[in-house]
Design a protein around this ligand. Structure first.
Ligand code: WTA
Length: 645
């Protein structure tokens, strides 16, 4: 498979970018010609950001799994689609060829059908990083069921909320998942999440860890039994067959929940055709993927990065995608590079937080490994500091590999701003240039485009996009108005990203971080309001305020100011209790790193918490806190400063 849409030079990038802005419909229709359609589109694009209504390739029929699997079978049926590396390096690895993937996905589709799953039904997937997770995702897509993958680090309460919001009727899970030395009892968490649930009819359980589980008659069934039964149905005369559902281009493909600055996480909805085209296009261009290369994205499929660059993008491109079950530091800090060495990985795509964590081991993480197979390095999820960038480039890339700093979001489906490996220039800590089809601009508080550079010659503002690209979110599940107010109402006729950015005179963008109340902790998005709500659930807590502060490894840490009025005095144990509460309500990823008990919070006369002040104190700033005269009680600031933890 060659990629006619792969950009090969900077001049070509400029040319393509120009075309994509001047004639976006023609541009994307040309890219779309490289996919398998059951029926071609009537209309390339219909849109307005006011509602918002965004429709790409309306009238077309397709199934994304035929693009990710079936169309590759003739040429590369025996090539590896997925290479799976287990948590424990002593355990057998698994190589899943495209033929095998085809069979398994047909079986899953059949299994789902046997259990009453229909097109449009919501299937929640809560599994560890095993190949069966990819089969489950693709099996849903094959029959047109809408999958909603939930990261294994979320608590029962979080799952319950998501099941309720999505009105999910089916769950696919595992008995447990391995993560380093730990075994996470996933089915147990699901059981808790299902107390009081009224929508879920069936729970399919895949055996991974042999953790004892409860199996409820009439509801819980074993993956292995069901798959065996399905196998006989999909296999006829030595051929594997399961008709892929003909999906409309704009039918939802999946829901993925993500945090915003207010309320509960929202279910971002992606569509079939646009998502497929854009993830494939960006995979091939950003990483400059060449046939036969091995692509190792270290994300979890529970996040958008795993959806787009472990499963859909690479498979639609006929690539070999390496899936790793474990964590970077188990059994030792060289785990990532042992894997690179073992499989001769060509592309390594990871998060700055992982890089910083490995850096902290000096040269131990890489010194015994041959990394010469690496051609391209990538980062995603948070701003990468220059020190980490240079370490990655020098010690991992040996100054031979371009680093792509890819900026994007759950809502964008694929990478929007990034250099193209070896084709356009990199700049440490800068995501650099927009992909073809992406029209960013920076605006000030009032939505006016920023055109006046600051003293460093840089434009600075809030990052917006003014034209739709194929994989932009279509709605937030069950609540379109929420989608509008969250993303399209801050600035009329613009998609607002929630990020701040700088732009240099060459048109490069540097993402400086969130400008809303969203934290980015180890590359995970967490809303401050969500964490506050969880802390406030603790019996003795009266009120709390959560802010981010710079953290060496995690990028941002969570700092919580808590007013406590429990029966016993607040002590270290109380802090632990609060952490356990947060773990129960959201999940361990949202636990505060620091908790400070305070007698009051800095509030304006109208009762609004002045987070700006709290943020500065958490960052260690004591002098320049700005104007505090508008506070109801300015004296609390001194107390908070004095007792900073
Ligand atoms: C941040 C992850 C700087 C950003 C794909 C964004 C980044 C949020 C970068 C989305 C980057 C992602 N440089 N910041 N290269 N990539 N971010 O939805 O704040 O989990 O808004 O998607 O991560 O996080 P999400």
């Amino acid at each position: 498979m060659s990629y006619p849409f792969q950009i090969k030079s900077f001049e070509e990038y400029q040319q393509k970018y120009k075309e994509s802005v001047e004639q976006p419909e023609q541009f994307w229709a040309d890219v779309a010609e490289n996919f398998l359609w059951k029926k071609k589109w009537d209309n390339v694009l219909d849109w307005n950001f006011a509602e918002p209504k965004i429709e790409w390739f309306k009238g077309a029929k397709l199934n994304i799994t035929e693009n990710c699997i079936d169309r590759h079978l003739a040429e590369k049926g025996e090539d590896a689609a997925i290479i799976w590396e287990p948590n424990n390096p002593e355990e057998r690895t698994r190589i899943v060829t495209y033929n095998r993937l085809h069979k398994r996905v047909c079986q899953v589709a059949q299994m789902l059908k046997n259990n009453g799953v229909k097109k449009g039904d919501r299937v929640c997937i809560y599994m560890g990083m095993v190949p069966e997770l990819a089969y489950a995702v693709l099996g849903c897509a094959r029959i047109g069921a809408i999958h909603s993958v939930i990261f294994g680090g979320f608590s029962a309460q979080s799952i319950a909320d998501r099941l309720e919001d999505a009105q999910a009727e089916f769950i696919i899970t595992c008995d447990g998942a391995y993560r380093g030395e730990k075994v996470i009892a996933l089915k147990d968490v699901i059981d808790d999440a299902l107390r009081g649930n009224k929508t879920v009819k069936k729970v399919i359980v895949y055996t991974r860890t042999r953790t004892p589980v409860s199996m409820i008659k009439g509801r819980d069934i074993w993956w292995e039994d069901e798959m065996q039964f399905a196998e006989e149905q999909v296999e006829k005369d030595g051929k594997i067959f399961f008709e892929a559902e003909a999906m409309d281009a704009e039918d939802p493909l999946f829901i993925l929940y993500t945090s915003g600055s207010t309320g509960k996480p929202k279910g971002v909805v992606h569509s079939c055709a646009g998502y497929m085209i854009y993830t494939t296009y960006t995979f091939v261009n950003v990483f400059q993927y060449q046939p036969k290369q091995i692509h190792f994205c270290t994300a979890d499929v529970g996040w958008i990065t795993g959806h787009s660059y472990i499963v859909y993008g690479p498979l639609a491109a006929g690539a070999t995608s390496l899936m790793f079950e474990g964590i970077p530091t188990y059994p030792s800090c060289s785990r990532f590079f042992d894997i690179v060495d073992k499989y001769k990985v060509n592309i390594l795509y990871t998060a700055p937080t992982a890089i910083r964590s490995l850096m902290s081991f000096g040269d131990k993480s890489y010194k015994d490994n041959d990394l010469s197979s690496l051609k391209v390095l990538g980062t995603v999820g948070e701003p990468i500091n220059e020190e980490a960038w240079h370490w990655y480039e020098e010690y991992i890339g040996k100054k031979n590999c371009p680093i792509v700093d890819t900026w994007w979001q759950t809502e964008t489906g694929g990478i929007l701003i990034s250099n193209l490996a070896g084709v356009t220039n990199s700049k440490p800590s800068w995501a650099t240039l927009p992909l073809p089809g992406i029209q960013p601009l920076l605006v000030d508080e009032n939505g006016k485009e920023v055109t006046q550079p600051d003293e460093d010659g840089l434009l600075k503002g809030n990052l917006c996009i003014k034209f739709p690209w194929p994989s932009i979110l279509r709605t937030t599940y069950g609540d379109h108005e929420r989608c509008r107010t969250n993303y399209f109402a801050t600035y009329p006729n613009l998609y607002f990203t929630g990020d701040g950015a700088l732009k240099d005179k060459d048109g490069n963008y540097r993402i400086t971080g969130r400008v809303d109340d969203v934290l980015n902790v180890s590359g995970h998005r967490i809303g401050t309001a969500e964490v506050e709500n969880a802390i406030n659930m603790h019996a003795g807590v009266v009120e709390s305020a959560v802010v981010g502060y710079p953290h060496n490894i995690k990028g941002q840490g969570i700092y919580a100011y808590v007013i406590y009025n429990g029966k016993k005095a607040a002590d270290e144990l109380t802090k632990k209790d609060i952490n356990v509460t947060v773990s129960k309500v959201i999940g361990p990823i949202a636990k505060p790193d620091k908790i400070q008990f305070v007698s009051g919070l800095p509030k304006t006369r109208s009762g609004k918490i002045m987070r700006r002040i709290l943020r500065k104190i958490a960052e260690g700033e004591t002098e320049n806190l700005g104007d505090i005269t508008t506070l109801l009680d300015p004296s609390v600031v001194d107390e908070i400063k004095k007792e900073k933890v």
